[in-house]
Design a protein around this ligand. Structure first.
Ligand code: F3S
Length: 663
């Protein structure tokens, strides 16, 4: 990109003079210094003056003392008079070109001419000139104002200093045939004409013009107008911040000019930024034109069609991604014009002069990188199941992923098709990029979730509390009970206060039961449960119901060398020691009682702490002559229960009698 700066851009002679005068006055004066209206039509320059102590006042009435600077546009004579009356120090910075127009207006008026001003009637310069013609001049802005001059015969024309020569000529030509006497003074500032001519010339040889200056500056607006009239794209900016880099895309030549009220430092900032933009453009051009096969580049989507996507790679380089090189089948909906895309160069030249590109390759590469990253971090991902194949499921995680059937769930799943379309939580357990192989597992995720749940439940279980659970399995040594994520063991000894041979005598699989938590081992994940603890303790009942000396009847549950055990009530057994079986000598227990016999006994001893009851048959009988195998009268045989099992019996021998009776 080439940049051309107009020779006469920025402060004109008049503005430069006014600005320097104002800055110097602001620095030198001890009193307050004001300008009547903004010194020049440029907000940045006005700010700089304020920093130097020169403030803007719209009216003289707002200034009570100090110095007042008249700006380059000039003012009507009555303002100068009023300033003198108010005893204000007057610093007149009216541009000499404007002063000449004022003087010519005064002169013509005094000579009896109808003064006509070619210009903008609202502009302060014109308002000032009007004052010098006793406010009786006619202002002509364009041809539509010509009819205001119909009855005039002796006319003198002057022009606003920034007026175009063409307008002045048109007005003069019109009046030449309409009036008897005509005087024309070309009061147009030569600087303005020169600047405008330069702008017109420059705009013809560039593709874009920048006109710098305040939006309220008449001469800057006129410059922009002249540039546009030549057909070139023109931007009117106030300062560097207004520049937009996209204006210069594919632009090779840029012209810059600036209004007469535009400070040099603003022009310099714009030129410097333009140089930067130029360098960036050139860099982009170099990057875009030196494509190599396999290179990854980025560009902006210019067009999306059925055939593929056109990409602007910067500079003059364009590329095309054929639809086969785009992963998404619905790419027409997925991608939009203006989107930034990363692509791999397949062929820098391409078949039609555009580089041939692939989006798919970049996507796959990025997907692999992501997969490896996730595999290393162990992160859990979610993916939708696309299909079932022999031995497992297929998911899309940017690349094809496989879930073996054994990893689909914790338990074996017969019908895998039920998962198609479902989004599953998965962990990558194997990546073999060379073989295009990614293996995922849902089972490990479920396992972890289960362990987590188990931990939660374990920590919520409190020893001694009761909880409801489902009997899931009966085994010889007890039952397993599901407690909402944790399985607890109900040992056979904790099922019933009475003696049972197998848990199935009391429980059924699938049954809901209330159990007491006897112990929790969080580390081992074990919970021990008790069922009998949720029921009344038969020993306590026994203590309330029976006393030593009571006669009780019960069934012999077991015979041992040193005696026989009798069930007093379910859960409570007493021992009839061999010495308490008979007054006679008893060699073996079975001479007197056998399992299943129902006998009457006397309670001869109760030990609450040891949960022991001593019973006696002997004490219920009078001593009798010694005879072999004499059955006590208190004994009856229970034929239904002589099979030597312990069904219906209560507390275990060791539990009840400890080592007291172990002989
Ligand atoms: Fe004066 Fe011309 Fe500038 S009139 S203020 S030198 S544009």
């Amino acid at each position: 990109m080439e940049i051309y700066l107009a020779e006469h851009a920025g402060f004109c002679f008049g503005v430069d003079r006014a600005m320097n005068l104002a800055l110097k006055t602001g620095e030198d004066k001890d009193c307050e210094v004001f300008t009547l209206g903004p010194l020049i039509h440029n907000p940045q320059a006005v700010e700089r003056l304020e920093e130097s102590g020169v403030e803007v006042r719209a009216e003289l009435e707002n200034i009570s003392n100090g110095a007042v600077i008249i700006r380059s546009h000039g003012v009507p004579p009555k303002i100068l008079d009023q300033a003198a009356e108010r005893d204000l120090e007057l610093i007149n910075a009216t541009c000499p070109f404007v002063k000449r127009a004022q003087e010519k207006a005064k002169e013509l008026k005094e000579e009896g001419y109808q003064v006509v001003i070619s210009g903008d009637k609202e502009h302060p310069e014109v308002v000032g000139i009007l004052g010098f013609a006793d406010n009786e001049a006619i202002v002509v802005e364009d041809e539509s104002d010509f009819d205001k001059l119909a009855d005039e015969q002796k006319v003198g024309i002057i022009a606003q200093t920034t007026q175009s020569l063409e307008n002045l000529q048109k007005l003069s030509n019109y009046l030449l045939t309409e009036v008897s006497e005509l005087k024309v003074y070309n009061t147009i500032c030569t600087t303005t004409g020169q600047r405008q001519n330069e702008a017109a010339e420059l705009s013809k040889k560039v593709e874009l013009m920048l006109v710098i200056g305040g939006h309220n500056s008449a001469n800057t607006n006129r410059l922009a107008e002249i540039c546009r009239e030549s057909g070139v794209k023109t931007y009117h900016i106030e300062a560097v911040d207004d520049l937009q880099t996209n204006w210069f895309k594919n632009i090779k030549k840029v012209g810059i000019t600036a209004g007469a009220s535009t400070p040099n430092w603003i022009i310099k900032e714009v030129v410097r930024r333009m140089e930067e933009i130029k360098n960036e453009e050139e860099k982009n051009d170099v990057e875009a034109t030196s494509l190599t096969e396999g290179e990854i580049v980025s560009g902006k989507i210019e067009e999306v069609s059925q055939e593929g996507i056109s990409v602007d790679l910067g500079g003059d380089t364009e590329g095309f991604i054929p639809k086969d090189e785009i992963k998404e089948e619905d790419f027409e909906e997925e991608y939009n014009v203006g989107d930034e895309v990363e692509v791999e160069v397949l062929d820098p030249e391409g078949e039609d002069g555009r580089a041939s590109l692939s989006k798919k390759k970049v996507d796959v590469e990025q997907a692999w990188e992501k997969v490896e990253e996730i595999h290393q971090s162990g992160e859990i991902i979610e993916a939708e199941v696309n299909d079932t194949v022999k031995g497992g499921l297929v998911v899309d995680i940017g690349v094809r992923g496989f879930i073996p059937a054994s990893h689909v769930a914790i338990e074996y799943v017969e019908d895998l098709s039920q998962f198609v379309g479902q989004t599953l939580k998965l962990r990558i357990i194997e990546v073999e990029r060379e073989d295009n192989n990614v293996v995922l597992s849902r089972k490990v995720v479920l396992d972890e979730e289960r362990q987590e749940k188990k931990k939660e439940v374990l920590s919520s279980l409190e020893e001694g509390t009761e909880i409801e659970g489902e009997v899931t399995k009966l085994v010889d040594f007890g039952a397993f009970v599901e407690l909402g994520g944790v399985e607890g063991l109900l040992h056979i000894s904790e099922i019933s206060w009475g003696r049972i041979g197998h848990p199935s005598e009391v429980l059924e699989e699938g049954e809901m039961i209330n159990v007491k938590i006897l112990g929790v081992d969080e580390e081992e994940g074990r919970v021990s449960l008790g069922l009998k603890q949720t029921q009344p303790d038969p020993w306590e009942e026994f203590l309330e119901e029976y006393n030593e000396g009571d006669i009780v009847e019960g069934k012999i549950t077991k015979t041992v060398d040193f005696g026989a055990f009798m069930e007093i009530k379910p859960g409570v057994e007493g021992l009839i020691h061999i010495s308490q079986l008979s007054h006679d000598h008893v060699a073996t227990v079975e001479e007197v009682v056998t399992e299943g016999d129902v006998v009457k006994t006397k309670v001869i001893n109760i030990e609450p702490e040891g949960r022991r009851v001593g019973l006696s048959i002997k004490e219920l009988e009078s001593p009798a002559p010694k005879q072999k195998k004499s059955k006590p009268k208190t004994t009856t045989r229970d034929n239904n229960n002589n099979n030597n099992n312990n069904e219906g019996s209560g507390v275990k021998l060791g539990d009840v009698f400890g080592d007291l009776f172990e002989e």
